[in-house]
Design a protein around this ligand. Structure first.
Ligand code: SIN
Ligand code: FE2
Length: 204
């Protein structure tokens, strides 16, 4: 593994097996209230390979007509997003180094062939807060570069229970998921990977 860029902090195994199971059962409740949906790329309407939902006061959504945005309600049900579980708020408090709580938790669900192209997280108004990313389920290869498109990148394997923080000089780093490795975790009965990204959206 190449050295991680400045501003990236990796906490392998931050959440133990018991903690992962608790988080998973909380997520089941969230998905029941706020069903997974298939996001679409702006303008083209091309479906993304991941499925998404959110918890928190604001949720990140995207569709053909209106593109990338945060909104307080679920795009299909119109209901407010469920609250962020206290276990996730505790993780933010432990690793974010930021005085205000996160407002959004994007839940990404990856089936075995899902991936996520290189992108920047830049739909927030508060770039002083890092992005805190929690991985559950199957391993995945995460790629992160600098803040300029097309620069050098480093990759690392994210496993169930790992927490990755990107802030500071890496807050606007390009990043994505090259691939998921099916069958590498027993956490999810039917396999797949869940990634949770906690973000501050409005200025703190
Ligand atoms: C994302 O950048 O939204 C997801 C990253 C990941 O799945 O680890
Ligand atoms: Fe992202």
């Amino acid at each position: 593994m190449t050295a991680l860029p400045d501003g990236v902090a990796f906490h392998p195994g931050f959440i133990d097996t018991a903690g992962q199971s608790v988080l998973l059962s909380e997520l089941r409740g969230i998905v029941k209230a706020a069903p997974l949906f298939t996001p679409e790329m702006p303008r083209t309407g091309k479906p993304m390979s991941v499925q998404m939902t959110n918890c928190g006061a604001l949720g990140w959504v995207t569709d053909k007509a209106r593109g990338y945005r945060y909104q307080p309600d679920h795009p299909m049900t119109g209901k407010p997003w469920p609250a962020i579980p206290v276990s996730l708020l505790a993780i933010w408090n432990a690793v974010a180094g930021f005085p205000a709580p996160p407002e959004a938790c994007l839940v990404n669900f990856y089936r075995p062939d899902a991936k996520m192209g290189l992108h920047q997280d830049r739909d927030e108004q508060e770039f002083g807060a890092p992005v805190v990313s929690v991985s559950l389920g199957d391993d995945a290869r995460f790629r992160i570069g600098g803040t300029e498109k097309g620069g050098q990148t480093a990759s690392l394997i994210l496993r169930s229970g790992d927490v990755l923080v990107f802030g500071g000089a890496s807050r606007l780093a390009w990043h994505g998921i090259d691939r998921v490795y099916p069958g590498t975790s027993m956490l999810l009965k039917d396999g797949g990977r869940i990634n949770l990204t906690l973000r501050r959206v409005t200025r703190a």
